[in-house]
Write a protein that binds this ligand. Structure first.
Ligand SMILES: [Zn+2]
Length: 102
């Protein structure tokens, strides 16, 4: 049993039966479809946000470009600390690899 739904187009006033888009002016009239599209848009926004976060320069990079001198100094300190930590990490990894290789 299929449900027949008559939806009046909010744009032109034409009644459409079981249609997602108005047969007269092509306006989206299906509430389900609208909800689906909304959910899709929401998901896409979440994905986009996550991607932007990944692409965004980290705190140190942003501080390095800060208009205030003091903030730039903090940025460079953070950046140096990050470099040192990375270097130590790489050194440790190399050392462990050497030891493991015997
Ligand atoms: Zn219409």
């Amino acid at each position: 049993m299929s449900v027949t739904r008559n939806i009046k187009c909010p744009n032109c006033g034409v009644f459409n039966t079981n249609k997602e888009y108005c047969k007269n002016c092509n306006t989206l009239i299906s509430h389900e479809k609208k909800r689906d599209l909304k959910e899709e848009a929401y998901k896409e926004a979440l994905i986009k946000e996550a991607k932007e976060k990944l692409n965004k320069p980290n705190l140190a990079e942003r501080l390095k470009k800060h208009p205030f001198f003091l903030y730039r100094v903090i940025g460079w300190i953070l950046y140096s600390a990050f470099l040192v930590v990375s270097a130590i990490g790489a050194l440790l990894a190399w050392f462990i690899a050497m030891v493991a290789a015997g």
